[in-house]
Write a protein of this length. Structure first.
Length: 351
């Protein structure tokens, strides 16, 4: 071959390497199909994934969500902790569709990088697959894009897409929120995948990182890379329980920004921070910022990852169901009448 001729590989894209990566992760992907194998169909070509709803639902509505993990990826690449952010990716997408009462069906991922590093990308997909198994959904397909000049060496980005299903009747006949409803929350595992632009700024120096690690008693990478929890088991255990009037995933925007989405304009959600355990990482973020308390609750989940609004008379049965699903649920607040100039969400004691 004439050495002056250009090739795609010479331009930075190795098709053979990309195909080899697809083959290398085949078994990992297949590991997420257990329990769904009769619903995953083989098409005439591999350009798209096929998933059969079957006759389980009378009037099925598909529920979809897309998300990423933000600048937590920068720390993943710095610490070389690539599997945990794959789990994060599934959690961020699946937790959103769970708020609609959906059963997670399948997941798609998109990875873009300047140069394929098979060991790194296999680790990310391993995390995605682990997340899919936890959520009970199949990793149905995805895309790996090698994009030289778009990304620096060693840098990658990815996004996820979750699809679930719920009965239309459930959506149309949900219990309305009313004054007196209790707020039940499921604990977070820590920061999850929000606010990392601020977290990275606060914990930028090695000196600060060492102090924080000593006070936490764990390496700083463990504290900052703790994966986002997936609430599929808990949410599925109560999705058809009578008396649930609202569900919120506490993600970007914190408790105020997310709970306000599910309550009427004339009502107010009151949270009582003394009712739950705030993970140690949050006071340290606030101290080393320093960050105002109001700002902390506006950015972070502050220990609450998933929230249910429920009729007061149904609280005990809901807590029992969640406990059987392995969740340590706790009542953290209530729905009240909103004052004329009041905020939709109030964190008592935080000004």
């Amino acid at each position: 071959m004439n050495e002056d001729r250009l090739t795609y590989r010479g331009a930075g894209v190795d098709l053979d390497l990309g195909e080899g990566f697809v083959q290398a992760i085949a078994q990992t992907v297949k590991s997420t199909h257990d329990g769904q194998s009769d619903r995953i169909l083989k098409g005439p070509a591999d350009f798209a994934g096929l998933f059969r709803l079957g006759g389980k639902y009378e009037d099925p509505v598909l529920v979809s969500g897309a998300d990423g993990v933000g600048t937590k990826l920068i720390l993943a690449q710095e610490f070389e902790r690539h599997d945990s952010v794959g789990f994060d990716l599934v959690a961020m997408c699946v937790n959103d569709i769970l708020t609609m009462g959906a059963e997670p069906l399948f997941f798609l991922d998109y990875i873009a990088t300047g140069k394929i590093d098979e060991s790194v990308l296999k680790a990310t997909i391993s995390g995605v697959a682990r997340g899919c198994r936890e959520a009970g959904c199949a990793l149905l397909g995805g895309e790996t894009a090698e994009m030289p000049d778009m990304y620096k060496p060693g840098v990658y980005d990815f996004a996820g897409f979750a699809v679930g299903v719920v009965e239309r009747e459930y959506l149309e006949n949900r219990t309305p929120v009313k004054i007196g409803d209790a707020i039940i929350a499921l604990p977070s595992s820590g920061i999850h995948s929000n606010g990392y632009s601020l977290v990275r700024k606060i914990f930028k120096s090695n000196e600060t990182r060492n102090i924080v690690a000593q006070r936490l008693g764990v390496p700083i990478e463990e504290a900052l890379m703790e994966p986002t929890r997936i609430y599929a088991k808990g949410a599925q255990s109560v999705r058809y329980v009578e008396g649930v009037s609202g569900i919120a995933h506490i993600t970007g925007g914190g408790i105020p920004g997310n709970v306000s989405r599910v309550i009427p304009d004339d009502m107010q959600a009151k949270f009582y921070p003394e009712k739950w355990v705030i993970p140690e990482i949050f006071p340290l973020i606030q101290e080393f910022g320093p960050v105002e308390s109001v700002e902390m609750y506006r950015i972070f989940n502050m220990g609450l990852g998933f929230v249910f609004l429920v009729r007061a008379e149904r609280v005990e049965s809901l807590l029992e169901n969640l406990q059987k699903a392995g969740e340590q649920a706790v009542v953290v607040g209530e729905i009240a009448q909103k004052p004329k100039c009041g905020n939709p969400v109030v964190i008592e004691g935080i000004k």
